[in-house]
Design a protein around this ligand. Structure first.
Ligand code: NAP
Length: 303
């Protein structure tokens, strides 16, 4: 049996279409569009390519988009002042600071300076607390976990009463997705287990999972025999395992990416599975756009 593929690339297009029509409607009725500022400090190629993708997506959706590039040696106080400026800018609904920041800047201090009502990444302690409480309290669920939940819902996978096992307990993926899946509500109501490097018998926990969410950053960690037949497998891992010539331009080398799950063998056992690349990856920026739209809607009292 070959599992159904849950393609992030397709689900992304569906969601972007939905956002785009909402943006058009709000613009017509209220004369406003979502405003997003992306602050990039320095010139790391990985950060530049990620920010470029965010800007491209924001532009495609008709957002008011500001790219604010700052030099590597910007003083922490100046970066905090810049955030304060955008906190007070009425045209801006979402503030995004591209991580990592240079070593002389306290990342936590910078992220905590963002107005929680413009924290579309959902990393501010206020939004982490709101997520923990759940229900109407939640404003901005963090983007990768929000994308994972959206994929599970749109793939038609039953979550109510399902055994969900999350491999990994990071603040950006493991802990928030575990918290989201156990809340009361659609796409949740699950029984959740979180496993990590200190867990005994990792394989035994995974074998119980109706929905297995893997965010460890270890290529091929999950073996096919750890997967319950028919389970939904969400592979969050993005691991660079080598390089190959680009299809478009064979003179250029591109990364070979592999997930945390042994995909080829797992797809013969799972009921549904996300590929890497093209699975969870495309969902993160999509959910960032959705959060930015939500921020404008909160401001206009439309949520
Ligand atoms: P992280 O901060 O390094 O956390 C990894 C977690 O996995 C930790 O909790 C760790 O346990 C656990 N872990 C590592 N090796 C393990 C093992 N052998 N057995 C059991 N648990 C193990 O990573 P992250 O930021 O959550 O990211 C995880 C993966 O997802 C990475 O490949 C990353 O690139 C990818 N990712 C993708 C997206 C996207 O597609 N949009 C977004 C974010 C992350 P301990 O806590 O015990 O150390």
């Amino acid at each position: 049996m070959s599992a159904k593929l849950i393609k992030g690339t397709e689900i992304r297009e569906e969601i972007l279409e939905e956002i785009s029509s909402e943006v058009t409607e709000i613009k017509e009725k209220h004369g406003k569009v979502p405003g997003l500022v992306t602050i990039l400090v320095g010139s790391s190629p990985a950060s530049i390519s990620y920010v470029t993708l965010k800007i491209k997506t924001a532009n495609r959706l008709g957002f008011h988009e500001i790219q604010d590039d700052q030099p590597d040696d910007i003083a922490e106080a100046d970066l905090l002042a810049l955030i304060d400026k955008y906190n007070n800018d009425d045209a801006i609904n979402g503030i995004l600071v591209q991580l990592p920041l240079p070593k002389h800047i306290d990342e936590k201090k910078v992220l905590n300076a963002i107005d929680p009502d413009k924290d579309v990444d959902g990393f501010h302690p206020v939004n982490v607390g709101r997520l923990m409480i759940g229900g109407d309290e939640v404003k901005f669920p963090p983007c990768t976990p929000a994308g994972i939940q959206e994929m599970i819902i749109r793939a038609g996978v039953e979550t109510s009463g399902a055994e969900v096992v999350v491999v990994g307990r990071s603040n950006i993926v493991g802990k928030p997705i575990a918290n989201m899946m156990l809340q009361k509500g659609p796409g949740a109501n699950s029984t959740v287990t979180v496993v990590h490097t200190r867990t005994k018998a990792l394989d035994e926990h995974c074998k119980r999972a109706d929905i297995l969410i893997v965010a460890a950053g270890v290529p091929g960690l999950v073996k096919p025999e750890w997967i319950k037949p028919g389970a939904c497998v969400i592979d969050v891992g993005v691991n660079r395992v080598g390089e190959k010539p680009s299809k478009k331009n064979p003179d250029r080398m591109v990364a070979i990416l592999q997930g945390d799950v042994d995909f080829d063998a797992a797809k013969e056992i799972a009921g549904s599975i996300t590929p890497v690349p093209g699975g969870v990856g495309p969902m993160t920026i999509t959910m960032l756009m959705k959060n930015t739209l939500k921020s404008l809607k909160f401001k206009l009292g439309l949520n």
